[in-house]
Every structure is written in structure tokens, then in C-alpha cells.
Design a protein around this ligand. Structure first.
Ligand code: SAH
Length: 223
């Protein structure tokens, strides 16, 4: 086991339990999500200098002007995704756009059968890949690409989640959403809200707008 996984082991176990208690108080009720977030060591996804703050309920810098999402937001998006029709039925192919440090991807990989995560900044993607290897997440695949185009080679997806805010939902992502699939994504500019889009059995799209959120912007191309 690497030093990062064993080093602050006990402390992180306890602080992680406190993080889960806080998520419960904030209204996360999905025991599957809470159980997985109890098991994934969040501190290995941030710089060692920030590791002691990894379980605070805040976004933290990960370099390149990007952040690791707040635990509440990761939990909320995973919970909403799990309520999608096909994912509830046990189908489990999920796309995440915006890997960042890879924390949410790791959480998703422990919740769903097959997870693909796309990141436009190569160095972040490489770091996420390393952390996923440490955790032996064999059902998680990474790609350095513009996630606004989705991932046609692995489509369609039963779930799609985007960790960066767009002014609209990229059309390619809607095309790659399976029947019975659910997309969860922040939409907006200075004011953003979580948007849910479900593809019904008839193929039609059904939209809902939920919580106000704050994400980094979704950008085109690779960096
Ligand atoms: N999922 C992360 C949060 C990532 S922050 C977590 O677990 O904490 C959002 C990420 O989206 C950034 O790393 C940013 O580079 C990436 N991003 C922005 N636009 C993108 C695009 N078009 N394709 C892929 N990644 C994108």
C-alpha cells in the first residue's frame, strides 16, 4: 500500500465519517452514495499540502485554475444520477465530463459497472489515472479529449454527468444518452443550476431544473 493510502489513514477514516454525517444533515439520503463516499479516500486526489483539508465541505484548488468539487455536490450529482430509469434497473454505463482530479470518477466507478471520464487538460487526466490505479478501479477508463463532444466510441450511456457549467447542454451529449438514460449537468453562466434530462421510453427528452450551484466553466477543445 502506498504511503498516501496508509499515511494519514486513521485520521482520514474519522474525518471521512464526519464528512458523511455532514452530507446526511445536508439532505443526502442515498445510502449507496454515502457508503461509497465513506470508502473512497478523498485526500489522495489533492496535493499533499492540502490533504488535511480534503474532507472539508469545500472545493479545493487542483492546479490549472480548476478545483476538486465540494463533497456535497459530488454526492448530490451521484444521487440524482442513480435515480435515472436505466441506472435504477441495473444498467450501468456512465460518462463523466470533467475528470479534474478524478475524485468523482472514483466515486462513480464504485457505484456503476462501467465508467468513462473525459478531461480536456492532459496533466490533470494523467494525475487522475494514477490515483485510480492506486485504488485499483479497473472499471474506470479515462480519455484526454473535449467532453463537449461526448465519447462516441463508448456511447450510448445510461448516465452522463458534467462537472463544469455550460451555457447549454452540448447536443452531442444528448445524442449519446440512451433510452431510459439520465444526464445531470450544471447549466448557466454567472448564475447556474443543476439541470436533469431524462430520455423516456419513447425517446423524448424530459427536463428539470434543480439546485443553484457554482462550477468552473465548460470549455471547448483540449488544453
Ligand atoms: N469531477 C471533478 C471536478 C472537476 S472540475 C471532481 O471530482 O472534483 C471540472 C473539470 O472539467 C476541470 O478539470 C476542467 O478542465 C474540465 N473541463 C472543462 N471543460 C471540459 C470539456 N469540454 N471537456 C472535458 N473536460 C472539461
Amino acid at each position: 500500500m502506498s504511503s498516501r493510502l496508509s499515511g494519514i489513514g486513521m485520521t482520514s477514516e474519522r474525518t471521512r465519517t464526519r464528512m458523511i454525517e455532514r452530507l446526511r444533515q445536508q439532505g443526502i439520503g442515498d445510502e449507496g452514495v454515502l457508503g461509497v463516499m465513506q470508502s473512497v479516500p478523498r485526500h489522495i486526489f489533492v496535493d499533499e499540502a492540502l490533504a488535511s483539508r480534503a474532507y472539508e465541505d469545500s472545493a479545493l484548488p487542483i492546479g490549472h485554475g480548476q478545483t476538486i468539487s465540494q463533497p456535497f455536490v459530488v454526492a448530490r450529482m451521484a444521487e440524482l444520477l442513480r435515480q435515472g430509469a436505466e441506472l435504477q434497473r441495473g444498467a450501468g454505463k456512465v460518462l463523466e465530463v470533467g475528470t479534474g482530479c478524478g475524485y468523482q470518477a472514483a466515486v462513480l466507478a464504485r457505484l456503476f459497472a462501467e465508467v468513462y471520464s473525459v478531461e480536456r487538460i492532459g496533466e490533470l487526466q494523467a494525475r487522475a489515472r494514477k490515483a485510480a490505479r492506486e485504488l485499483r478501479l479497473l472499471n474506470l477508463r479515462f480519455k484526454h479529449a473535449d467532453g463537449m463532444l461526448g465519447l462516441p466510441e463508448a456511447a450510448p450511456f445510461h448516465g452522463i454527468t458534467v462537472a463544469a457549467a455550460g451555457v447549454q447542454v452540448p447536443p452531442a451529449l444528448l445524442e449519446q444518452l440512451a433510452v431510459g438514460g439520465r444526464l445531470v449537468m450544471p447549466v448557466g453562466g454567472t448564475e447556474q443550476a443543476l439541470r436533469i434530462i431524462d430520455r423516456g421510453a419513447d425517446g423524448a427528452l424530459h427536463e428539470q431544473t434543480l439546485d443553484a450551484v457554482r462550477f468552473v466553466p465548460l470549455l471547448a477543445g483540449t488544453g
